[in-house]
Write a protein of this length. Structure first.
Lengths: 141, 198
């Protein structure tokens, strides 16, 4: 896997994460759980910023950044705050796995960026109450 | 799921459900050059080779385990990283265990961390086959006040997080880099959890 391919895979994952946070943010907006709302807003911002940074980095390499899909399939129905927390953990765990894979395919500064992104996803997954992954991005699920 | 009427195509939320055993226990063990000629990274698949894989292309037994003057030759760099990391992670586990032993109130809250450390040590040990036993360095004394002990433990885990990130950047093997990055991320989660310990 080339560095550009690894970055494109991360960008695709960030597109999906931004979409997913939009879904759970919409549901959480109708609840009174302020902590979850703040967590969702912070997660959305973090993924949006990382998406934009990846897009810029890929463009700087004279490559065309992969576009977002029109929509993404969410693996279960999102009806309440508990579903949102589960989805938040799912988004972060899956995105962590993409960054973990990218770590293996990159070196130096890009590898550091991938590793830091992996850590951020792992911490947010834990904050959402995702099942404990001893090795985020690698662990068995 | 999306806005009804606006969805023309859907894609699953991407990600890779990667098994740790898949990562660490493949069929093509690749020998590391160096004096521990029998030490091998447990897996390096052809499709995920390291970006700079020179050291993972060496052949087992390509170097003697001692130099000509009889002194031990240096370990291959990736094996050195793993060996040092195992010692480091064992030290964190030992200190955590000591804190739990000394402070009854922390036994339950710190049990997940100790278990996590045991699994991290196991994962790192699995990453290199035939690795000689690695001893943990002696740990410092545990503070008498529980909150200070937790603070000291948090510092230790936080330092391990930084060290594994450095190891990730230094690793020649891409898969080993991934393991180190994941371990660093795991420590970041532990630090957050330690902050919530009463």
């Amino acid at each position: 896997v080339s560095v550009v391919d690894a970055l494109q895979q991360c960008l695709a994952a960030e597109h999906a994460a931004v979409y997913g946070y939009g879904v759970l943010g919409g549901v959480l907006g109708g609840t009174t759980d302020e902590a979850d709302q703040l967590r969702a807003a912070a997660g959305y911002t973090a993924h949006r910023d990382r998406r934009d940074a990846l897009r810029n980095r890929i463009s700087d390499l004279d490559e065309e950044p992969v576009p977002a899909e029109p929509a993404y399939a969410v693996p279960f129905t999102i009806e309440d705050a508990a579903d949102c927390r589960r989805l938040g953990g799912h988004i972060e765990s899956r995105t962590a796995a993409v960054y973990a894979a990218a770590v293996a395919d990159t070196v130096d500064e890009v590898r550091r960026l991938m590793a830091v992104a992996l850590t951020d996803c792992a911490v947010r997954a834990d904050a959402w109450g995702a099942p404990d992954d001893v090795l985020p991005g690698i662990d068995e699920r | 799921v999306g806005t009804p009427g606006s969805v023309t195509r859907t894609t699953d939320l991407p990600g890779l459900a990667v098994s740790r055993r898949t990562v660490l226990a493949g069929t093509t063990a690749v020998a590391l050059a160096g004096p521990l000629a029998s030490c091998t990274l447990s897996q390096e698949s052809p499709t995920t080779t390291a970006p700079t894989p020179s050291s993972t292309q060496a052949t087992a037994g390509s170097r003697p385990e001692e130099t000509s003057d009889g002194t031990p030759a240096p370990l291959e760099p990736d094996v050195q990283l793993v060996t040092a990391a195992i010692a480091d992670e064992k030290a964190v586990r030992s200190y955590c265990s000591e804190v739990r032993r000394r402070h009854r109130s922390l036994r339950a809250p710190l049990r997940p961390l100790e278990e996590r450390q045991e699994q991290i040590v196991a994962a790192l040990t699995d990453a290199v086959s035939n690795l000689p036993p690695v001893r943990a360095p002696r740990t410092g004394r545990v503070a008498t006040r529980p909150e200070v002990a937790v603070r000291d433990l948090t510092r230790l885990v936080s330092a391990a997080q930084e060290d594994r990130l450095d190891d990730c950047l230094a690793a020649t093997s891409g898969l080993l880099a991934r393991l180190f990055a994941s371990t660093s991320a795991s420590h970041a989660v532990s630090v957050e959890q330690l902050r919530a310990v009463p």
